[in-house]
Write a protein of this length. Sequence first.
Length: 218
Amino acid sequence: MTGCSTSYACSFTRSWSAAASACSRTTLATSRSSGHAVNLLASAFPASRFVGYDFAAEGIETARSEAHAQRLTNAEFVLRDVAEVRESERFDLVTAFDAIHDQAHPATVLAGIADALKPGGVFLMADIRASSRLEDNLDHPLGTFLYTISTMHCMTVSLGLGGAGLGTVWGEQLAQAMLADAGFVDVSLAHVDDDVLNTYYLAREAGPDRDGLRPARV
């Protein structure tokens, strides 16, 4: 998977970072593969900090090497399973591009992301553009392909790790329900005309109430 692979995701992430040109913001990119997009953003917006998590050592080393070669001091790459984020109100923005459906424990990942966001922070998630109902995907132009890679890889790898087996075509309805269960509110969906593959979700974490308590998750 490559980072910032579509115009909408790139535009939003760059706009968010650009808004920090006069201050400091911190962005977490989950499952970033080789980290190239993170380094591009770190280079473009030196006032902000960018962190990339992945549990693939080779990808992390590639990302670190590129950051070192470009002398980037605001890009950090951490070898970590995103199911174990274990951060509290650290990040202004968290991104996950076509990554959540691959997780062995996606509900845990989403809850961890919600906890990691600062009050008012945003989670930008790009994931497969489809319905959660099989019958609604019969005319999907990539339907056969998506269900094939789901059964041959995404769902099967998750199950092999003792996970939920969410699968590639978990769909918008289930995605919105899981975001709500993780504590996200004000979830909006966006589609790009020339991108048949992804739906883009912008979600804000509910945050603590006036007594400083976070709402219980379902």
